[in-house]
Structure formats: C-alpha cells, structure tokens
Design a protein around this ligand. Structure first.
Ligand code: B12
Length: 297
C-alpha cells in the first residue's frame, strides 16, 4: 500500500510496477505462489473502490492495473561481469566475504589499490557492484540476512581503509553534505559518494543515517555547505526527502540540492517532485551535476 501511494505521489506508475515485480521474485524464490500477490492486489482494488472517493480511487485503480500487468513480466539483473578485471576482483572479494573471511576480502581490495587501481574504480566498479550482487542474491533467496550484513560490514571496513590512503585533488573551496533521506538506511552509497567528493577536492561531510529533516537544515547552516547531496533508495522515502528539502531551503535558501541514489535510476525525473535543483543516479553523474550546480570545474 505504501508503494502504491508513493507511486501516485510521484505520478509514476512504473514505481508501483517495479515494487510488484520485486515482490514476485522474492515470493517465487521462496516457493510462495505469485497468486498471493495477485489476490492481494485484487482485494486492494476492491477496497479502494469501496472506500475512496471516485476521483482518487480512479487514479489508484489505474496504478493497480499496471501492477497486475507487471506481475507477468520477467525481470533479470546481471550485475557482475566476469570478463573485466574489476568484475573478477568483485567475484574474488565476494567469495572471501561470503566465507566469513573479512581479512582475505579486504586484502583483495587493498592489494589491488597497491598495484595502482584507482580508489574511485575500486569503490564504483568493484565494491558497489559486489554489494548489488549480494542484494540480488538475498532477493532471490540464495543467501541469508547474516551473510548480507557481514558482507556490508566488510565493505564498510574496506572503504574506510581505502579512504585513509587516498590522494585528493587540490581543494575547490566547496563543501558538500552527503545525507540520507530520513528513513533511508542505505548508508554505503552515501559513504562512497562522500569519498568521491573528497577525491575531487570537496570538503565532504557524511552525516550517516537517521538524520531528521529539520536537523538537515541545521547541518547545512552549521557546516556552511554549498551543496546538499541527498540519497533516496526506495519510493516510500520520497515524502521524507521532500520534507528534508523544504526544511533545508527554509534555513538556507541559497544552498544547492542534488538528489540521487538507486531510485533515480528507475525514475530519473523524480528530483523535480522532491523540489531539488537536480538529480543523478550514478556517482559519475553526481560529480558532474554537483560541479555544475555550484559552478566549479
Ligand atoms: C546493504 C543493503 C541494505 C542494508 C544497508 C546497510 C548500510 N549500512 O548501508 C540494510 C540491511 C539496512 C538494508 C535494508 C533494507 N533494504 Co537494502 N540493500 C542493501 C544492498 C544489498 C546493498 C546497498 C549498497 O550498499 N549498495 C552499494 C552502493 C555503493 O550503491 P548505491 O546505494 O546504489 O549508491 C550508488 C548510487 O546509487 C549513487 N548514489 C547513492 N546515493 C546518492 C545520492 C546522490 C545525491 C547521488 C547523486 C547519487 C547517489 O552513488 C552510489 C555510488 O555508486 C542493496 C542491493 C543494491 N542493489 O544496491 C539492497 C536493496 C537496496 N535493499 C532493498 C530492500 C528491499 C531493503 C529493505 C526494505 C529490506 C527489508 N525488508 O527490511 C530495507 C529498507 C531499509 C530502509 N528503510 O532504507 C532492495 C530494494 C528493492 C527496491 N528497489 O525496492 C535492494 C535493491 C535489494 C534487492 N535486490 O532486493 N539494505
């Protein structure tokens, strides 16, 4: 239901369709028939018809129909490319981490760094895809929650060690706050982004998770930020992102706001709905959009 209302709020039926498709993969991978999803969508349609005023109900029903159609579409997510050196490193890293061997996994990353693979490539082309692969395996029921948590904790360690040795460009005099939309628990994407901003010569402050919207306003003023980079992972976080943007603009109207994260990959234009100045899905796009917003090269 929350995914339906988030999709309606963003005027994006595709958001609801992808939520339905996600549920289908999660259910069927665990031997639960997709008929349960179909039945729950149909009963939701009936409840909406009975309980909501016609004008609102009609919109929701259109989204539900799209969801029911999406239920039969196949989706697949090939993530790691064993043909590239980075893809092979990601495989090697994951194999060690999934065996519970943190030191061996971290060594894969640090040895590659010593051999000259740039930090940015290790972050974007090795660790981030390894994380996505773990997510996909968990989604398909191929590994447990403790496995996923352990890999994530190992990745955080590897990232922290990489950050210590990083060669940064000369300061560009700009400060960016990298934060999560309230309710978003996916800190790693923001952590990667903060590293990359630092490498490019920004002063980057990563605030971590669970920062209330009003306090983001306090943060941009207290740290004299030129830019807020706000990460949104899932559609239900659109509401809180919108609140955060409003709170930040209230305190410091001139600060530029860039929103991004996995959700922007699905619905690139959703930053307008949130009230930001720009949006970007990937780290590469983030750095370009950020530089344009604050006028640095
Ligand atoms: C680790 C993880 C978690 C951890 C996070 C721990 C932590 N400290 O970060 C925990 C366990 C908390 C978690 C929880 C949940 N998760 Co989770 N999680 C993941 C996983 C496996 C990896 C995320 C990650 O580290 N990615 C690596 C980083 C580097 O990539 P990234 O986040 O995409 O960030 C990059 C870009 O997006 C971009 N970017 C990021 N932020 C920003 C911001 C700006 C401004 C810009 C411009 C760019 C940008 O730059 C980054 C660097 O390249 C993903 C799988 C995946 N596909 O990503 C699932 C995943 C995102 N989670 C998922 C789900 C369903 C959940 C839960 C709902 C599960 C549950 N039932 O509880 C909860 C929701 C929590 C919440 N309220 O947010 C789904 C989302 C499906 C969907 N689209 O609806 C995924 C895709 C897994 C899957 N395949 O099903 N999760």
């Amino acid at each position: 239901m929350v995914e339906l209302s988030s999709a309606v709020l963003a005027s994006e039926p595709s958001l609801f369709v992808s939520a339905v498709q996600w549920s289908r993969v999660a259910f069927t991978s665990r031997d639960v028939s997709e008929e349960y999803i179909q039945a729950s969508l149909e009963s939701l349609r009936e409840v909406i018809a009975e309980e909501l005023p016609e004008s609102v109900g009609e919109v929701s029903r259109t989204y539900l129909e799209a969801g029911l159609e999406g239920l039969v579409t196949e989706t697949s997510e090939p993530i790691l490319d064993g043909e590239t050196p980075e893809g092979r490193l990601a495989h090697e890293y994951l194999a060690a981490a999934l065996e519970g061997n943190r030191d061996a996994a971290v060594a894969v990353i640090l040895e590659a760094a010593e051999k000259g693979l740039p930090t940015a490539d290790l972050l974007i082309r090795v660790l981030a895809p390894a994380q996505r692969e773990v997510g996909s395996m968990w989604h398909r029921g191929e590994l447990s929650i403790p496995h996923e948590h352990f890999v994530t904790a190992t990745t955080q360690t590897a990232m922290a060690l990489l950050a210590q040795g990083q060669q940064r460009k000369r300061s560009n005099g700009k400060a960016v706050i990298v934060a999560l939309a309230p309710g978003n628990a996916h800190t790693l994407g923001a952590q990667v982004l903060a590293h990359l901003f630092e490498l490019e010569g920004w002063r980057a402050l990563h605030l971590g998770e669970a920062m209330p919207a009003a306090d983001l306003g306090v943060a941009v003023a207290a740290f004299d930020a030129d830019l807020l980079a706000l990460s949104i992972a899932l559609s239900p976080q659109l509401r809180s992102a919108k609140e955060a943007v409003r709170a930040v603009r209230f305190v410091k109207p001139e600060v530029k706001i860039l929103v991004g994260g996995p959700l922007l990959g699905e619905v690139p234009g959703v930053w307008r709905e949130v009230g930001a100045d720009a949006g970007a899905a990937t780290a590469d796009q983030a750095l370009i959009a950020a530089a344009e917003l604050v006028g640095v090269r």
